[in-house]
Write a protein that binds this ligand. Structure first.
Ligand code: HEC
Length: 447
C-alpha cells in the first residue's frame, strides 16, 4: 500500500510537471513534400496525364512482368486505401489503375523512404517491435518500384479485387465525447489548432479502456488528442479559457497543448481506427471531469466543407489495472539558431520507482523543428525503447510494444532529441508556442 502510494506520488509529481510543461499539438504544415499541391489535383487525384493504353499506345506487358492487377493492387488494398479513398484522409484515392498510375513515381519515393504508410518508429527489432506497426516489407516496396520501372503495366482486370483492409472499430460504446457546438474552422490560417471543452456526463469514477475518433470533417481534421485534466480545477481553467474566447463552446486556440494541467489519453491520427489499451489496463476518468479535445485542422486542402463536429467514442470499465501516463521531458533544451543538426539529451533517474513497473506504450512528442527522437533505458537492462529517425509533426502517433517492458527500481531513462534550426534566427527553447520546441515522451505504465 505504502509503495503504491509512493509511486502514485511520484507519478503525480511527474504529471504535474507535465501539466506545467504541457504537450503540444500538431504541425505548422509549412514545408515537406506531402502536400496536395504537388503535381496532382487534390480533388481528382489526377495531374492530367493519361495512362498509356487508354489511347491504344501501351506496349504489351513483358512476359511474367509486374502488373497492377496481379501485384500492386493487393499491396495498395492492404496498406493504403484505408486512407487513400474518396473522402478519405489522404488527398487522393489509390483505388483504381488510373489513380495508381498517376502517382506511380511518388509512390516509389514515398514507400522506399518509408514515409508511406506513416509509422515513425524503428520496428526492425534493433529498437523494439510494436503491435500497431504498419509498413511494407522490402519485397512489397521492390514490387511497386519494379512495376513503375517496367512502365506501370495494367495486367488482367478480371483478377478478382481483394477485400480492402478494414480498420478496427469498437464493438460497443460507453461514453461519446462530442464537441459542444459545430465549429467553423478558421480556414484563413494554414493550420487551426483548437481545444474544445467536452463534458463527459459521468457520475462515477471509471477507467477508459479504448477509443475511436470520428472526425466530423475527415479531410480537414488532421489530428485529435484528448487531454485528461489532472484535477477539477484544471478542468475549470479550461472552461474559463473557452469562455474567454469567441462564442461559448467554440473552444480556444491551442497550438502547444491544452494550456492547463492535463495528460494525453487519446492520440488519434488519420487512418488509426479504434484503439484498445493493453488488455486489463485503463486510464482513470474522474466522475464529471470535463475533457479537453485538441483538434488540428489542416487548411492546405481544397475542400468545400469548413465546419466540424468531431466525436470520440470511449469504452470504459469500472475496474482495470490503473495506467499512469508518465512524462519524460527534457525541459532544459536550448537550441542555437541556424544549425542543421543539434541534439540534446537528458537522463532521469527512476530510482524513486518503488516497485517494478511495466511500460506498455510510448507517446513521443516534439514540434516542427524535431528530426529524431530516441529513448534508452539503463540499469537492470540496457535497451533502446524507441528510435525515431524521421520525426514528422503531422503524425503524432502512439506506439504499443509487442511485449511490455519491465522497469526496475534504480533504472534510468535517457531521452535524446535532434532538431534542425536552420529556419530560425533566435535561440529556441522549451515551450508550447509555435516558435518553441519540446523534447518529450509519455510512457503508458502499469504497476
Ligand atoms: C494512415 C493514412 C495513410 C496511409 C495508410 C497511407 N497514406 Fe499516403 N498519404 C496520407 C496522407 C494524409 C497524405 C497527405 C500528406 C499530408 O497530408 O501531409 C498522403 C500522401 C501520400 C502521397 C503523396 C506524397 C507526395 O508528396 O506526393 C503518396 C504518393 C502516398 N501517400 C502513397 C501512399 C501509399 C503507396 C500507401 C500505402 C503503401 C499510403 N500512402 C498509405 C495518408 C496515408
Amino acid at each position: 500500500m505504502g509503495r503504491r502510494y509512493a509511486l502514485f506520488r511520484m507519478t503525480y509529481r511527474l504529471v504535474a510537471l507535465a501539466a506545467l510543461l504541457s504537450l503540444a499539438g500538431c504541425d505548422n504544415g509549412m514545408e515537406g513534400p506531402l502536400r496536395p499541391d504537388a503535381g496532382y489535383d487534390a480533388a481528382t487525384g489526377y495531374d492530367g496525364a493519361a495512362p498509356p493504353g487508354l489511347d491504344g499506345s501501351r506496349p504489351p506487358p513483358p512476359p511474367g512482368g509486374t502488373t497492377y492487377y496481379e501485384h500492386v493492387r493487393p499491396i495498395l488494398s492492404e496498406n493504403c486505401v484505408m486512407c487513400h479513398r474518396p473522402m478519405g484522409v489522404a488527398p487522393f484515392a489509390l483505388e483504381t489503375y488510373e489513380q495508381a498510375f498517376d502517382v506511380g513515381d511518388r509512390m516509389v519515393d514515398m514507400t522506399s523512404a518509408r514515409i508511406m504508410p506513416p509509422f515513425l518508429a524503428d520496428n526492425s527489432g534493433a529498437c523494439q517491435t510494436f503491435s500497431n506497426h504498419r509498413g511494407l516489407t522490402d519485397e512489397e516496396i521492390a514490387t511497386i518500384a519494379t512495376w513503375v520501372d517496367e512502365g506501370k503495366q495494367e495486367g488482367d482486370p478480371t483478377i478478382p479485387a481483394p477485400d480492402p483492409r478494414v480498420l478496427p472499430s469498437l464493438g460497443s460504446v460507453d461514453i461519446t465525447l462530442e464537441m459542444p457546438e459545430t465549429y467553423d474552422i478558421m480556414t484563413s490560417i494554414q493550420d487551426d489548432y483548437r481545444c474544445f471543452v467536452v463534458e463527459t456526463g459521468t457520475t462515477a469514477d471509471t477507467f477508459v479502456t479504448g477509443y475511436e475518433v470520428h472526425p466530423g470533417n475527415p479531410q480537414r481534421v488532421h489530428h485529435v488528442i484528448v487531454y485528461n485534466p489532472e484535477s477539477d480545477a484544471a478542468a475549470n481553467q479550461a472552461r474559463n479559457l473557452d469562455a474567454a474566447e469567441g462564442a461559448p463552446g467554440d473552444g480556444y486556440a491551442c497550438f502547444g497543448g491544452p494550456r492547463v494541467g492535463a495528460s494525453p489519453m487519446v492520440l488519434w491520427a488519420p487512418g488509426a481506427g479504434a484503439t484498445l489499451f493493453p488488455r486489463g489496463t485503463g486510464v482513470p476518468l474522474a466522475a464529471g471531469r470535463a475533457q479537453v479535445v485538441q483538434v488540428h485542422y489542416n487548411n492546405m486542402i481544397d475542400v468545400d466543407a469548413t465546419s466540424d463536429r468531431t466525436t470520440i467514442d470511449l469504452i470504459t470499465s469500472p475496474t482495470a489495472s490503473t495506467a499512469y501516463i508518465v512524462p519524460l521531458a527534457h525541459t532544459g533544451i536550448v537550441l542555437p539558431p541556424r544549425m542543421e543538426s543539434v541534439s540534446q539529451s537528458m537522463t532521469q533517474d527512476l530510482s524513486e520507482l518503488p516497485i517494478p513497473v511495466r511500460v506498455h506504450g510510448m507517446f513521443p512528442h516534439m514540434h516542427t523543428l524535431g528530426r529524431q527522437l530516441r529513448v534508452d533505458l539503463s540499469g537492470s537492462s540496457d535497451q533502446c525503447l524507441i528510435d525515431i529517425q524521421r520525426w514528422d509533426f503531422n503524425w503524432q502517433l502512439a506506439y504499443w510494444f509487442t511485449r511490455p517492458i519491465r522497469v526496475m527500481p534504480g533504472d534510468a531513462a535517457t531521452i535524446t532529441c535532434t532538431y534542425n534550426t536552420m529556419e530560425r534566427d533566435d535561440t529556441v527553447r522549451w515551450g508550447d508556442g509555435t516558435q518553441d520546441e519540446m523534447c518529450l515522451n509519455y510512457f503508458y505504465v502499469t504497476l
